[in-house]
Design a protein around this ligand. Structure first.
Ligand SMILES: Cc1cc2nc3c(=O)[nH]c(=O)nc-3n(C[C@H](O)[C@H](O)[C@H](O)COP(=O)(O)O)c2cc1C
Length: 176
């Protein structure tokens, strides 16, 4: 099982969080780095991709992720498990909270990936709108380092546990 984590960030917040996520998945995820400059082959050789970043502008991807999106679009992700995470600011940008995660979700689905770690509860968040909701649950892990940094560790651990269970159910790996 080969897992890799790629992230986008504008001011570095996501990088620290990405490292925390990798730590929790250390036995499965061997690499954690910025998505900028990623090669199609690097994406395709992984069995598990953990992809995440913050939302900027008005529901947009960060510049590094946006610049790499065409590489992701061109990748064949058939049979791959992809887990998504997102950072945003629910009070400052509650009209478009973590909306960029939906752009990544739509892209990897088109590439044939199986998204795991979705169905995350919105309980504990307070916002008006997010593109990243489906059936009123989030498409992946959502973190708000601006307003709720004290909840980040717990949210990561709970989500990682779900990701592990879903991987185990599909026989990709055992529950750690
Ligand atoms: C100019 C600007 C635009 C932003 N736009 C959004 C947004 O549309 N939705 C959202 O949830 N957060 C938004 N944010 C909040 C960031 O996503 C949040 O601060 C995040 O933690 C930044 O992570 P990063 O340093 O990894 O980029 C915005 C922040 C700034 C400064």
């Amino acid at each position: 099982m080969k897992g890799k984590l790629f992230f986008g960030t504008q001011t570095g917040t996501t990088e620290a969080v990405a490292e925390q996520i990798q730590k929790e998945l250390a036995d499965l995820v061997s690499e954690c780095r910025n998505i900028y400059g990623v090669k199609k082959e690097e994406l395709e050789e992984a069995d598990l991709l953990v992809l995440g970043g913050s939302t900027w502008g008005d529901g947009e991807l960060t510049d590094d992720f946006q610049d790499s999106l065409h590489i992701l679009e061109a990748a064949n992700l058939n049979g791959k498990a992809v887990a998504l995470f997102a950072l945003g600011d629910q009070y400052g940008y509650g009209y478009n909270f973590v909306s960029a995660m939906k752009i990544v979700y739509d892209t990897v689905k088109k590439c044939g990936a199986r998204v795991i770690g979705s169905g995350v509860s919105r309980a504990g968040f307070d916002f008006e709108h997010s593109e990243s909701l489906q059936d009123d649950t989030f498409l992946g892990l959502v973190l708000d380092e601006v307003n709720q940094p004290e909840l980040t560790e717990k949210r990561i651990k709970e989500w990682v546990s779900t990701v592990r269970q879903e991987l185990a159910q599909t026989g990709l790996t055992s529950v750690g």
